[in-house]
Design a protein around this ligand. Structure first.
Ligand code: AHG
Ligand code: MN
Ligand code: MN
Length: 338
């Protein structure tokens, strides 16, 4: 007789169950009896960070923390005050987790070594974009947080190189959307689950398990203002889509745009432009985590025709990569024109 593991994680989900993100993480942990709990602690640090950042985002104008700090980050982009606040929150919450060896952020030029010793429990590296789409803040638009979790590569002598693993090696990835509600979307490689922050209880409540992206939807999401500087194939695709009655939707925050596509289908792109020949989005903490989410939901994520984002070999933690992400059929329509 084959062994059945009788754990809550294997029990059929009942539609009226109330499950918080915290309970969900503990349920998942029971699948791995050998688990030390370090990984669950990291996810819980991300959950509390999300609640704290959500609260700052909601109060930004009241607290007078809109606008730029006056500095540029490593990408040469203006840092918003909330970029710095969100980054600080993540560094401080993850800083308290014994399982995290290294963190890397869009806002820090170098990775932050939290614990240099090689103890067995220092197993994970967390990479993040603390606030995605931060220029939307001044106009009360949606913003997000994106994260990627890798196992520390013990063979690498340098911390920087231990982070440089292809996205296919991610053990978990997710994003938080600070929109009309605060949504936490997570994958640990077993499909995609979605949680919404209930402001009355201060807890993320599970609202969907095993999210699947629609196979197609006539919708594209791209900064069309750059159209004339896209490679020709992208321009041809846009003409092709427009002839077929596609809709265009673009929030200017990858998290918001990809979230819409995850739920309703379509394709999100950030192609190469003359100004940004490799595109604008960052591989390690924007493209890779979003690619893992979308693939886990049954979609596709390419950097070029036939090239999965998750297989790109990184050479720098801040490198950029072109992105074509979304419903499998819509991604293939774009690729067919390139
Ligand atoms: P960030 O605020 O973290 O720098 O990211 C902004 C990114 C991404 O969220 C969005 O898709 C893209 O920049 C928008 O860029 P354009 O303004 O060039 O369209
Ligand atoms: Mn971003
Ligand atoms: Mn950012």
């Amino acid at each position: 007789m084959s062994a059945m593991i009788d754990t809550p994680a294997d029990a059929p989900a009942r539609s009226n169950e109330i499950v918080t993100l915290q309970a969900h993480i503990l349920q998942q942990q029971t699948r791995y009896p050998e688990a030390s709990g370090q990984f669950s602690w990291i996810l819980s640090a991300l959950a509390i960070s999300a609640k704290m950042i959500a609260s700052h985002v909601r109060r930004a104008r009241l607290d007078d923390v809109l606008g730029t700090v006056g500095n540029q980050n490593v990408q040469g982009e203006q840092q918003q005050k909330l970029d710095v606040i969100a980054n600080d929150i993540l560094l401080r919450t993850l800083g308290g987790r014994e399982g995290v060896a290294i963190v890397a952020s869009e806002e820090n030029e170098e990775p932050v070594i939290l614990r240099a010793d090689d103890a067995a429990e220092r197993k994970y590296c967390v990479l993040f974009d603390p606030l995605d789409g931060s220029s939307n803040l001044d106009v009360c638009g949606s913003v997000g947080t994106i994260f990627s979790i890798l196992r520390k590569d013990r063979r690498s002598p340098q911390p920087q190189s231990s982070l440089l693993q292809p996205g296919a090696e991610q053990v978990a990835a997710g994003y938080v959307l600070y929109g009309s509600s605060t949504v936490f979307v997570l994958t640990i490689g077993l499909g995609v689950d979605m949680f919404v922050l209930d402001p009355a209880y201060g807890a993320f409540m599970r609202v969907a398990q095993g999210v699947r992206i629609p196979k197609s939807n006539k919708c594209y999401s791209v900064n069309e203002g750059n159209r004339l500087s896209f490679p020709e194939g992208y321009q041809k695709y846009l003409s092709w889509a427009q002839e077929r009655g596609y809709s265009s939707r673009y929030a200017g925050a990858m998290v918001a745009d990809v979230h819409r596509i995850l739920l309703q289908g379509g394709v999100f792109m950030y192609p190469p432009t003359r100004k940004a020949p490799k595109g604008k989005l960052r591989l390690m903490y924007e493209a890779n985590p979003m690619a893992m989410i979308v693939e886990q939901a049954g979609g596709k994520a390419l950097s070029a025709p036939g090239e999965r984002i998750l297989e790109v070999r990184p050479t720098d933690i801040h490198q950029r990569v072109p992105v074509i992400i979304g419903s499998s059929e819509e991604v293939e329509h774009v690729a067919a024109h390139l």
